[in-house]
Design a protein around this ligand. Sequence first.
Ligand SMILES: Nc1ncnc2c1ncn2[C@@H]1O[C@H](COP(=O)(O)OP(=O)(O)OP(=O)(O)O)[C@@H](O)[C@H]1O
Length: 510
Amino acid sequence: MSYAIEMLNITKDFPGIRANDDVTLQVEEKSIHALLGENGAGKSTLMSILFGLYQPTRGTIKVRGQEVKITDPNVANSLGIGMVHQHFKLVECFTVTENIILGLEPKTKFYTTDIKSAAQRIQQLSEMYGLNVDPYAKIQNISVGMQQRVEILKMLYRNADILIFDEPTAVLTPQEIHELMEIMRNLTKEGKTIILITHKLKEIKEVADVCTVLRRGRCMGTIQVAETSEEEMAKLMVGREVDFGVEKQAQQPGKVVLEIEHLKVKNSKGLLGVKDFTLQVRAGEIVGVAGIDGNGQTELVYALTGLAKAEGGKVLLNGKDITHSSIKHRIEAGMGHIPEDRHKHGLILDFKLKENMVIHSYNEAPYAKNGLLQMAAIDKKTDELIEMFDVRSGQGRETITRSMSGGNQQKAIIAREIDRSPELLIVVQPTRGLDVGAIEYIHKRIVQERDNGKAILLVSLELDEIMALSDQIAVMFNGELTGWVKAEETDENELGLMMSGSIRKGVAEA
Ligand SMILES: Nc1ncnc2c1ncn2[C@@H]1O[C@H](COP(=O)(O)OP(=O)(O)OP(=O)(O)O)[C@@H](O)[C@H]1O
């Protein structure tokens, strides 16, 4: 058997934590090898070692049978290893071609200032792998899915043949996910090797040949995907059976908590991203907002939470007009927010975990007294939340938030917001990047909040999540409400038609 990559007995220590503990990963040439593991299990660390961002504390790496030292990403590139990161690294106002040749050192193999010949090569690569990218398009004018393909082309242009994808589907629509799977298959058919980090068992089943499972830094085994089930993979990963369903009893909703009336909000291009939008959320009810990314959901949430200005219309919280209130005032009035962009709006990354946990309430009892912070109370609350929400990090409450794994940062935000038990909780993509065990728990807690009489507005691109949690579903298309249906009276098909604007249901004709 010939391996493209062998990472043998890799150990990596960070302060207070062994992120990888004697892990061995052997990736066969021309295969798709999934890397699965709980939040904080050490997947990103292992891939960062392979890409030269970290040095292992112990262990050996072989590329195509040769032992190597990958001291930095340039060495990784020269060995034919490329990585598509979760957050793209593209210059918005440049074209596809300009982005791809950007950063190539003069005198290296494909360095050129001749845009035309570079564009030609990009066109050829794009056709060869079925990417369908226009080399002259500007990044700011293409979809997120297309931008990801530019990242893939960047690797192919540099002749990478071992490609690492870090949770590539987290930012894609279902259609784009389907296309990416096809692209991955094309890539291996043409001789490339792929390592895929993902939490989505369905995707592993669909596309991967082999799967290595990590748990708490250790390798739990490598399995042939065709011979296993999603349930078995989940069990191997979290060490217990995982319940994929969400239990929810029928409940009569109470008074109206959130009222949105004829709301209008501009998007970043200065156009109306939300047009005349009206919706209500009542106590004891989860209203799910379904829609394809970019149909006004972000602008809607921004206007509700005070991150963007409303151009027209009204927002009422418990009957009080908060349309133009400050963020602080909205929080005090009973609003909680689990934001879409956890780094931008959810956490202060250079603060300690415990500081982030009381960020809304540090100046109130029991966390402050006579103008002084009460560290014992802050520590106690943080430890409680860490325990309850299983937030894992190297140094517990003292950990600098930046060094935590993405999934554990997300769990920390959810813990803080749910613990405050606000009357209205606005939840955006709550389980993005979370492992199946964590998703099970977070879903339970959201339903618990609803059962406790809280109003919940859930915005998610995951239809499964919308269907499982919502009582009532609002569909957004092109900034408008195109559907208002009870969750139990609809299905994915019908929602899909409303999401694409093909039909309207439960709302007045346009
Ligand atoms: N630069 C760092 N400094 C200190 N600790 C770190 C650093 N990078 C990662 N860690 C710790 O190493 C552990 C493994 O993190 P890693 O990001 O590899 O997990 P992951 O499996 O990718 O998780 P997720 O699914 O949540 O992204 C975590 O406990 C994290 O806090």
